[in-house]
Write a protein that binds this ligand. Sequence first.
Ligand code: BGC
Length: 435
Amino acid sequence: MPAARPDSPTRRRAPLAASTSVSTLSTVLAAAALSFATAAHAAQVEVLHYWTSGGEAKSAQVLKQMLEKKGDTWVDFAVAGGGGGNAMTALKTRVVAGNPPAAAQIKGPAIHEWGDEGVLMPIDDVAKQDGWDRVLPPEIAAIMKYNGQYVGAPVNVHRVNWLWINADALKKVNAQPPATWDDFFRVADALKKAGITPVAIGGQPWQEAETFETVALGVGGAAFYKKAFVQLDDATLKGPTMVKALETFRRLRTYADASQTGRDWNMATAMVINGQAAMQFMGDWAKGEFTVANKVPGKDYLCVAAPGSQNAYTFNVDSFVFFKVKTPGVDKGQKDMAGLLMSPAFQQTFNLNKGSIPVRQDLDLSKFDACAKKSSADFKAAGAAGALVPSWAHDMVVSPAVEGAFYDVIGKYWSDESMTAQQAANRLAAAAKTQ
Ligand code: BGC
């Protein structure tokens, strides 16, 4: 039987003794009034998120603890599933039922789509008071606003175009981290010969899409990437560079193991951590897993930009939005949480665990490791060179409908050898028109 809740009728209250003196009574009443006031301020904040792997859960814990320090109560609504697809389905069900969570982890254009539904609570007052416009890159601030008002609070910048490498595996084949695709396949052949699985991947649509996105950036460069995946230019989507990217992507399959179907991304990272596989293409939430396993960058593992993408940076920014809820008082907790998410203390501790870097541009990174420092330097350099690109596989640029259609094409192409690269490119161009 579940334990009685504090407010449960099955919990007996001590009756006031008849002999209670007036002064004791007034002390009791004052205490009761105080606890009522505290209760009125203690908002219950139900938070939908999908941070359930080792490193992610540790990061979510930071948020929970800091929110509770403000006197609010965290109600956990965790929906497992990397990339957040399952969480978004759960969210829709709750909003349609008229019972949204107080806060949800949502990114990119989906923020605007929820804004169009009229269900979001603006947090512009918090943003103004804390000067968010002064510390956020303007491109990211724009994603967080609906009708000119902040409705989203960003927490980090994840870089997506990384290659994670087990340092010992590379040493075994006496190789350097691959800088070009030719290097990559040479190293991968050597690893295969040495009996090490070159590439760890989980056969889930979002992981295949993310890997392809990274290959496309490395093969075609930032200008090509933007034309194809930001402008959705038809000729670029089905043109020769896309075909080359698709061919390169398919080649990767022969270097991955056969039991990839359905594997979670963190299980693929674990393969690299324990040396069962040598490399993984994955955003830097993977670093959270290395950190939890007490692995040291530069010694146990290496973080390098994926081949050919050294000068570019695919960004993926996690953020939370707040839903209008019926329960009175919850808005206090929602605003507490919005302020907290953008606070320097939270951004520092959270990102140390999460593998990302703070989205606030005014923070000192001296406590961060070499991968995070590289991420920050590359973010700035890519921004200055026009090579900062949004991750379409991680909800940052195309509509959820187009993203889903792209996932389908890439997933089918990855598993069906009879589809040619040109056919897949044509299908991408068609998918870009999904409404
Ligand atoms: C999110 C990350 C998360 C990753 C794996 C990405 O879409 O931005 O925060 O760790 O998916 O679930």
